[in-house]
Write a protein that binds this ligand. Structure first.
Ligand SMILES: *Cc1c(COP(=O)(O)O)cnc(C)c1O
Length: 359
């Protein structure tokens, strides 16, 4: 694939080439049936089995037991900021939140519209350069859950281990789901927009414990109830067909290379190469504190914004694309999700060394 560049985009993000090639074929003619994948009825036998297979693969890869529902919803991860409190809280109830970045903040805002929120911790004063450890905050007794964002895509921070709490955990795993194994049992609900680590934009994966489905207040409209989608196997209305199908292909790819533990090892190797390059010089400065560093989004600064702009421009010329940091912190962000090739990280580090010498 000589015509493909290294795409460090934070999302939508790079996908395995073999997945894209398969999808390109199936869009025109699915399984030699003479009909394209995105032209088929979502209630056709073929599409029903695509969805069932995607769900089975997710369950297998993440070790999800039967008392959790696996749903494919729409509206992006952002809709979950509201659906979570709509379904699990309702008026008069409270959720605890760890404010570790923009995505957490947006979720807190929605929780306050629908119910109430305790912000148990915030790293905002230090530009969200870290996530808390368990002893650093206290969760109010009258809260229903502890909500956190496992990987802060914009700032490049990540919970190294999941928080331990007496409360049920609720997590936005949009940018690190399937990047490392985790135990679902302390979680009531996990959600992830597909477009960072597991597929294209358009589907949001929701994994929810089935006993929580009945908590939903009567005032919540049908489409916004997890229960509606759980009862209909994500087929209450037309689901995001192409996204579900592609998630299935990504899961097959992941299974083939050894599953979530195998990809974690590769993710650790890739991130270590990049962090080592940052730590070996004062020219590049990591944004995240060392004990909060993300394996998925590596954020760093150069001595001046002018040098950063030049770095991004020259990187793009060399086929290292999408390195511009989020507008809220500037600098550089290299997003190196599951499907991002190790060679791209090696090439980036070579470029960083050259750039430093010439600067
Ligand atoms: C990208 C992102 C979101 C927003 O996702 P949308 O699908 O665009 O709504 C939410 N949370 C995290 C952690 C993200 O990285």
């Amino acid at each position: 694939m000589p015509d493909r560049i290294y795409n460090f985009s934070p999302g939508p993000a790079t996908l395995p080439v073999e997945v894209l090639q398969q999808a390109a074929r199936d869009i025109v003619n699915y399984n030699d049936k003479g009909i394209g994948l995105i032209e088929m009825s979502h209630r056709s036998k073929d599409f029903m089995s695509i969805t069932a297979e995607a769900e089975d693969l997710i369950r297998e890869l993440l070790n999800i037991p039967q008392n959790y529902k696996v749903l494919f919803l729409q509206g992006g991860a952002s809709t979950q900021f509201a659906m979570v409190p709509m379904n699990l809280l309702g008026p008069g109830k409270k959720g605890a939140y760890l404010n570790t970045g923009t995505w957490a903040k947006k979720a807190i805002k929605e929780a306050k519209i629908i119910a109430s929120a305790q912000v148990a911790y915030s790293s905002e004063e230090s530009k969200f350069d870290h996530v808390p450890s368990d002893g650093e905050y206290t969760v109010d007794a009258d809260t229903e859950y502890l909500y956190f964002v496992s990987n802060n895509t914009i700032y490049g921070t990540q919970f190294q281990t999941m928080p331990k709490s007496e409360k049920m955990l609720v997590c936005d795993m949009s940018s690190d789901i399937m990047s490392r194994p985790f135990d679902i049992t302390p979680f009531g609900l996990v959600f992830a927009g597909a477009q960072k680590n597991i597929g294209p934009a358009g589907a949001t994966l929701v994994i929810v414990r089935d006993d929580l489905l009945d908590r939903v207040p009567e005032t919540v409209p049908t489409m916004f109830r997890y229960k509606t989608h759980a009862e209909k196997g994500s087929m209450f209305n037309t689901p995001p067909c192409f996204a579900i199908y592609t998630i299935g292909l990504v899961c097959k790819w992941l299974k083939k290379i050894g599953g979530v533990s195998a990809i974690e090892k590769i993710n650790r190797e890739k991130a270590a190469i990049l962090y080592e390059a940052i730590d070996n010089t004062d020219f590049y400065r990591g944004h995240a504190k060392k004990d909060s560093r993300s394996l998925m989004n590596v954020t760093f600064n150069l001595p001046t914004p002018e040098l950063e702009a030049k770095f991004i421009k020259e990187g793009t010329k060399r086929g290292l694309d999408g390195l511009k940091g989020h507008r809220s912190i500037g600098g550089i962000r290299a997003s190196i999700y599951n499907a991002f090739p190790k060679q791209g990280v090696i090439d980036l580090v070579a470029f960083m060394k050259e750039f430093e010498k010439s600067a």
